[in-house]
Design a protein around this ligand. Structure first.
Ligand code: HAS
Length: 545
């Protein structure tokens, strides 16, 4: 990369790791409060730290990392012009200004509305303006990425696009289509209500539009991890791409099926016809398929690479994977966590079983396995080579060792915290709640010990965050100068050609839109026509009341 390029990609990384520190501290405080052994100082409200934790880690850290990483992938595979670089900077600054505005409102207690921010909870208008800017900034990045691939395609008529550029474009198309829903909700429904221009807001509509966005949001987090699993990890372990076509197909299926499934977050919600909930549950099971394909091809990559190196016994190839290389180990632990994480997702999505786990801390356990382990450990795995590559430094053996320790700390902390969340959820422990004796029911006393385990796990995780932040600072500013590889796997020499249809954007975007219209049109008409607009007055108190 040129210096100019590296500077842009690094700008996104700086925001990512500062967010990790701030958001992680809020996570630690939450587990301590829930343990019942600690009260927040200066009258700080539990929901202020809960919102900061969710927004900073779930929305800010992820979006900045993803946009920065994806820009670097595009730069590496299809190139970036000076003009596109300028748009990259515009997207960065618009997102940053939005983040600062929203964070200011949250930290001053004017926006304790959780990371889901739908009504009836109400925040200060500046919070919504900030969020809108973050989304607009990410759209600028998306359209810059589309343009980058378009320019490359024009110069390489008839060639198939580089796999990683194809994957970035799929992720950004999904993001754009999904964020249209939440942008409409914020700009047209919530902001005017928060400003006092309209008297009421349709609560069910804002919730539905949030989840129309909220589910693809989790795949927006996951897909960059899949990019690394499919196209970068094989290079790190000394192998080749398993199948270019299979990887493209998995991404296309994720694009098609990740949006029309938002109702699986609203299965217990009145006002939505059960038939449509059922249809979206079926579609949810379709979106599991590309992840199963991913699991299959990862095992195949590991086995083929190992056997090529001559390890022939049934599992000999497994023992010989590069366990001492943190660029492999961290994402691998992430993959392993996705086995129970994904199974938990399938449980959540199973219509009737959902009534057992919904709104319990089981769900919090589920997403700490998926986003906070699978995705985050893969992002850390990427950072170990991406940051030194950008800063012209090296991942030294000492930093590699610290990374391995960090991965273990994370795995131990998360196993303790997430397991106790899952168990406590099954015995009814609620999510999104500070410590409470709930008027002293018998069941409540069975929750306490799990909450203490969560505080122990949370403390271990916070140590992991401090260590990761230290490694980041070393890689960004102090590690010895040198060269770190940007590892992109190549195809097998005799690989079959990927069918041209996989790059037929009109077809895949067309099917995506058709599926969305099928899954949402009638229920949306119902929601707008039949459900009374929530009579939430504009002077509804800010935050929770
Ligand atoms: Fe989820 C709630 C269903 C995946 C995140 N999910 C959430 C929330 C978040 C979240 C944040 O249907 C909470 C939202 C809120 O605040 O209320 N989820 C699913 C399903 C999947 C799924 C079906 N979720 C994710 C991912 C996330 C994520 C990924 C973040 C990145 N989720 C739900 C449902 C709810 C929900 C309901 C709502 C619940 C409620 O009632 O509120 C699927 O995509 C999962 C498919 C995954 C697999 C696993 C494949 C395994 C692989 C690894 C292979 C490993 C290898 C390593 C090769 C089938 C690819 C080998 C290792 C060895 C050790 C041998």
């Amino acid at each position: 990369f040129s210096k100019k390029e590296s500077r842009l990609y690094m700008a996104f990384m700086h925001v990512t790791f500062i967010s990790l520190l701030v958001g992680g501290l809020m996570g630690l405080l939450q587990t301590l409060v829930r343990s019942g052994k600690y009260t927040l100082p200066f009258n700080i409200d539990y929901y202020t730290i809960l919102t900061t934790h969710g927004v900073i880690l779930g929305l800010v850290l992820t979006t900045f990392f993803i946009v920065g990483f994806q820009f670097s992938l595009m730069g590496k595979t299809v190139g970036i012009s000076d003009k596109q670089l300028m748009w990259g900077w515009i997207s960065f600054w618009v997102m940053l200004v939005g983040t600062v505005l929203s964070a200011w409102m949250i930290l001053t207690g004017e926006a304790s509305v959780l990371y889901t921010f739908y009504t009836p909870l109400r925040a200060h208008p500046i919070f919504y303006i900030g969020l809108t800017l973050v989304i607009v900034g990410s759209w600028i990045a998306a359209f810059t990425n589309f343009r980058q691939l378009y320019v490359w395609k024009k110069a390489h008529k008839g060639d198939k696009s580089p796999l990683l550029a194809f994957m970035v474009v799929i992720n950004m198309i999904m993001w754009f289509v999904a964020t249209l829903g939440v942008a409409y909700s914020v700009i047209v429904l919530i902001l005017p209500w928060s400003l006092g221009y309209v008297a009421t807001v349709n609560v069910l509509l804002t919730r539905t539009l949030f989840w129309y966005f909220g589910h693809p949001l989790v795949y927006f987090w996951l897909l960059p991890a899949y990019m690394a699993w499919y196209a970068i990890i094989p290079k790190i372990i000394g192998g080749k791409l398993f199948s270019d076509s299979l990887a493209r197909l998995a991404f296309i299926l994720l694009l098609m099926f990740s949006i029309p499934v938002g109702f699986h977050h609203q299965l217990t919600e009145p006002g939505i016809d059960p038939t449509w909930k059922f249809i979206q549950v079926v579609l949810t099971f379709m979106v599991v398929i590309p992840s199963l394909m991913t699991a299959f091809s990862l095992f195949a990559t590991f086995e083929i690479t190992g056997r090529r190196k001559g390890y022939n016994s049934l599992f000999g190839w497994f023992k010989k994977l590069p366990w001492k290389d943190v660029r492999f180990l961290a994402p691998f632990v992430g993959m392993a966590a996705f086995i129970p994480g994904g199974a938990g997702g399938i449980i959540n999505a199973s219509h009737q079983v959902n009534s057992l786990v919904h709104n319990t801390i089981w769900i919090t356990g589920h997403f700490h396995l998926t986003v906070a382990t699978t995705v985050i450990l893969t992002f850390f795995g990427i950072a170990y080579w991406l940051i030194p590559h950008l800063t012209g430094r090296r991942l030294t053996p000492r930093l590699n060792k610290l990374g391995i320790i960090q991965t273990f700390i994370w795995a131990i902390g998360m196993t303790i915290m997430s397991t106790s969340m899952h168990i406590q959820g099954l015995i009814g422990g609620p999510r999104r709640s500070a410590f409470s004796k709930y008027a002293g029911g018998d069941q409540v006393s069975t929750w306490i010990s799990y909450q203490i385990w969560q505080a122990i796990g949370g403390t271990i995780l916070f140590i992991g965050i401090l260590l990761m932040f230290y490694i980041f600072i070393q890689l960004a500013f102090f590690a010895p100068r040198g060269y770190e590889e940007y590892p992109i796997a190549e195809e097998e020499v005799d690989a079959e050609k990927s069918p041209k249809i996989l790059e037929n954007w009109y077809l895949w975007i067309g099917i995506t839109i058709a599926l969305i219209l099928f899954a949402y049109t009638i229920p949306m008409i119902d929601i707008i026509k039949h459900s009374p607009p929530g009579s939430i007055p504009f002077d509804w108190p800010i935050g929770r009341s």
